[in-house]
Write a protein that binds this ligand. Sequence first.
Ligand SMILES: [Zn+2]
Ligand SMILES: [Zn+2]
Length: 237
Amino acid sequence: QASRLAESLREAFQHGEGKLRVYPEGGEPQDFSSRFHCAGCDRNFPEPSPNLFSFNSPYGACPTCRGFGNLLDYDPALIVPDATVNLDQGALDPWTKPRYENRRLMLKEYCRCVGIDMHTAWADLPAEHREMLLEGAAGFEGVLPFLRRLERKKYKQYIRFFLRRYQSERLCPDCSGSRLRAEAGSVRLAGRSIGELTALSIESLSRWLDGLPQELSSWQMEAAADPLREIGSRLSY
Ligand SMILES: [Zn+2]
Ligand SMILES: [Zn+2]
């Protein structure tokens, strides 16, 4: 009976190119996949390979942060390092550099036109004015669009250094710092993803590994024996 069922399923998978639907008597039809494909939501997953679990590999690295785990973003707190300073004294740090004399003139002209007081401390300016100066407004390129536009000249080293001064790191929203692409996190061993495991302390990880043989089937244990021994010896090192 069991071998007849197995034979039918094998045939159905073959005809369905890896997909089959079971109609249980009196139940809802259920979809199955023989590949790394979710029959429920019809998503394909890459075949797991060692590279998938390495952020040093372009295959495994999170595409958003390219495997760094964090993103560099322009940080208003670095653009205006001292909020007690006013615009006339150089509150907007990038435009205090000698090279950007013309930016200071444009700023002055714009402030005069729209009535932004250059002698009020940055922190005391209306939020709306601060936003116009940072984000830009009609007829005025703000500091942020200015910096982003300069990125086109990043091949010049002094531009790279200049821009980097105004950026700070934030956790990558897509991999939450695990540095791996999302599909690597979908692979679980005894319920845990690689991201969860690498976040554990060495003690907790050792304890988890000690309990692992009870969680795995015999063929899984057979396949995992060598790597587990190696991990165990590295952890106790
Ligand atoms: Zn799904
Ligand atoms: Zn990421």
